[in-house]
Structures are given as C-alpha cells and as structure tokens.
Write a protein that binds this ligand. Structure first.
Ligand code: GTP
Ligand code: MG
Length: 179
C-alpha cells in the first residue's frame, strides 16, 4: 500500500458563550485566557465580541474554542437569541463583590435555556464562574450553598476565578494599566 500522507489530526470548532451582568469581568476572563493580559480599565462591551482560543488537546486533536463575549447590557435587548444560536456551551459569570450580579445569574440562565438547545433538545452545558475572587471577603462563598444552587439551577458546576490574579493555566501573567 502506498504511504499516503493523509493527516490523522482531528479538528473541532466549539462555540462557547460568556454571559452575565455588566462589569462582572467577562471580557477580562477571556482576555486573560486567550492573551494572558489583564487591565483595570473598564470599557463596556457593545453587543458582542469574539475571541478564538486554540487548544492542542493532544497530538491528534485540535480544538478551536470560539468565545462569544456578550455585553451585559444585552440582557435588556432582543439580540441574545441571535447570539446564542448554535452554541454548545456557556459560562455564566457573576462578581463576588456585588450580590446583585449573583441574583441576575438565574435570569441569564433562564434566558439561555429558553433560547438555545442542543440538537437532542436538552439544555446546553453551562458552568457558573464566581469572578473577582481576589477581592472576596473570607468565607463569602459558602461551598455547600453554591453546590446546591448549581444543582437546582442546572449548572454543571462552579469555579472561583480571578482575571486579575489567578493563572490556572500556568502561563506567564502580564498586567498592564489602561490601553
Ligand atoms: P460588560 O462588557 O459591560 O458586560 O462587562 P464585562 O463583564 O465584560 O466586564 P469587564 O471584563 O470589562 O470588567 C469590568 C471591570 O472589572 C474592569 O475594570 C476589570 O478590570 C475589572 N475586573 C474584571 N475581572 C476582575 C477580577 O477578577 N478581579 C478584579 N479585581 N477586577 C476585575
Ligand atoms: Mg465586556
């Protein structure tokens, strides 16, 4: 048989949403994850932004995560149905220093589940992110309560995150002020 050079590398493209109230840190989390950067400067996202994270999953698998960074103010608009289309996963973000952003998590989750479904009709998998944990007061996230909330609200799980301080992926941390 001829030594055909057919590549065995598989590629996947996944559309993943990042949603939650204004200023909770959606853009910052994405910027940290994709570019290893953090800025204190707040510039509200208008509509939607995009970022691509390419992951060499293993030697034969390439994963492209197309991250849809949806403006917090879009919860009050009519466009989320369009933005959510064909997404296969979502992160719902809240800010641990602002209780009102946690209260809005259920509203975002409901918006999500009512507007997008997997091909089999089920809800798309979603994970809750408790962001700005670098500013959290000790013990402010009750683990058992959060686990229970996730179960009842239909989240796969939750994680504390900080776009500012933590670097769970072990890459170099670069901070810059302003643009
Ligand atoms: P919208 O685009 O308006 O929906 O907001 P957003 O959710 O994209 O928030 P953004 O990422 O723009 O962050 C808002 C502010 O919070 C900025 O000033 C960020 O620097 C700050 N911020 C974001 N994440 C963190 C964090 O983990 N820790 C701290 N201390 N500040 C953060
Ligand atoms: Mg933003």
């Amino acid at each position: 048989m001829g030594g055909g050079s057919v590549s065995e590398c598989k590629e996947f493209l996944f559309k993943v949403l990042v949603i939650g109230e204004l200023g909770v840190g959606k853009t910052s989390i994405i910027k940290r994850y994709v570019h290893q950067l953090f800025s204190q400067h707040y510039r509200a996202t208008i509509g939607v932004d995009f970022a691509l994270k390419v992951i060499n999953w293993d030697s034969k698998t390439l994963v492209r995560l197309q991250l849809w960074d949806i403006a917090g103010q879009e919860r009050f608009g009519n466009m989320t149905r369009v933005y959510y289309k064909e997404a296969v996963g979502a992160f719902v973000v809240f800010d641990v220093t602002r209780g009102s952003t946690f209260e809005a998590v259920s509203k975002w989750k409901h918006d999500l589940d009512s507007k997008v479904k997997l091909a089999n009709g089920g809800p798309i998998p979603s994970v809750l992110l408790a962001n700005k944990c670098d500013q959290k007061k000790e013990g402010s996230n009750n683990m058992a309560l959060m686990d229970n909330f996730c179960k009842e609200a239909g989240f796969l799980g939750w994680f504390e995150t900080s776009a500012k301080r933590y670097d769970p992926f072990g890459s170099q941390i670069l901070c810059y002020e302003g643009d």
